[in-house]
Design a protein around this ligand. Structure first.
Ligand code: AMP
Ligand code: ZN
Ligand code: FE
Ligand code: FE
Length: 279
């Protein structure tokens, strides 16, 4: 068993990079990937802990791509911090987030919910600031009863406090990942908000520009959904990958490795991804 989708305190997870690796090892994973949003700040720490615990480690990240009607997230694997085309794109996305955070603060203020930047930054610590941190401040201030409530009433797409963030074009992300010696994978494809023929077209288009895999075994998907997606990946000759999307207390129903309890991502996904790695 492996887990190729895990968030830490370096983005919007509640557990440190070291801790998520410990949780993966304890769950029985032979390897895991750290995939924080828009950054690689945790991969060195997680990699060290994985080495000491004797489990495999894949450095990665997750980004939001431009797409409608739903949302498209993509993952990159085998990417290290430092210089490179993907690393520069991630830096740009992080810069754009700080502008979005200012807009979000203003929006909440307009709604009569004064949240100050200091509180959000304290909630985020040293990590990439995201809506879950705003949500936790809203909960702490009594403006929402739970993270979920804060999203539903205020922060989710369509809610009055929603402020979109900068998104990267999927083909540009795939190109940057490939240029950095990494591989790109489509995350949790059911959030795209399209039907199966629509997903077929997306896979056709993105695999032509270098997409190597799709996250079929996802923490929240049913066994039937996982199996259907894996068949689709096979038809497009891309790797069926998977992971829990663990965020700790921000998504309390998801566990490292086992997702909602029955996830079991095959170990072979890593070697299949490595086979597609450029250079
Ligand atoms: P951001 O990147 O700042 O837009 O925040 C995205 C994060 O918010 C991701 O971790 C999402 O999974 C999380 N998120 C989005 N919608 C919800 C929701 N309804 N409840 C809890 N977390 C959510
Ligand atoms: Zn997240
Ligand atoms: Fe995601
Ligand atoms: Fe995620």
């Amino acid at each position: 068993m492996i887990d190729l989708h895990v968030h830490s305190t370096c983005s919007d997870g509640s557990e440190t990079p070291e801790r998520v690796v410990e949780l993966a090892a304890a769950a029985g994973c032979t390897a895991m990937a750290l995939t924080d949003h828009d950054g690689l700040a945790g991969v060195a720490r997680a990699g060290e802990r994985a080495k000491s615990l004797g489990i495999g480690f894949v450095p990665g990240c997750e980004v939001s791509c431009a797409f409608s009607p739903g949302t498209m997230h993509a993952l990159a694997y085998f990417v290290e911090p430092g210089e490179g085309p993907l690393q520069s794109e991630l830096e740009r996305l992080r810069r754009d987030r700080s502008k979005r955070n200012d807009l979000l603060l203003q929006r909440l203020k307009d709604l009569g919910l004064p949240v100050i930047l200091d509180e959000v930054e304290a909630a985020a610590g040293s990590s990439v600031v995201g809506r879950p941190h705003f949500a936790s401040v809203l909960v702490a201030n009594g403006a929402a009863s739970s993270i979920q409530d804060a999203f539903e009433r205020l922060l989710a797409k369509g809610a009055p406090g929603y402020v979109p963030k900068a998104r990267i074009d999927a083909a540009a992300f795939i190109a940057a990942a490939t240029g950095a010696g990494a591989v790109a994978v489509l995350a949790h494809p059911l959030t795209l908000g399209i039907d199966a023929p629509g997903l077929d077209r997306v896979l056709e288009e993105l695999s032509a520009v270098g997409l190597v895999g799709m996250e079929c075994y996802y923490g929240r998907y049913s066994p039937e959904e996982r199996a259907g997606l894996a068949l689709m990946a096979k038809r497009h000759d891309i790797v069926a990958t998977g992971g829990s999307d663990f965020h700790g207390s921000f998504k309390p129903d998801l566990l490292v490795g086992t997702g909602t309890g029955d996830l079991d991502v095959p170990d072979t996904a890593i070697s299949e991804l490595l086979d597609r790695k450029p250079r």
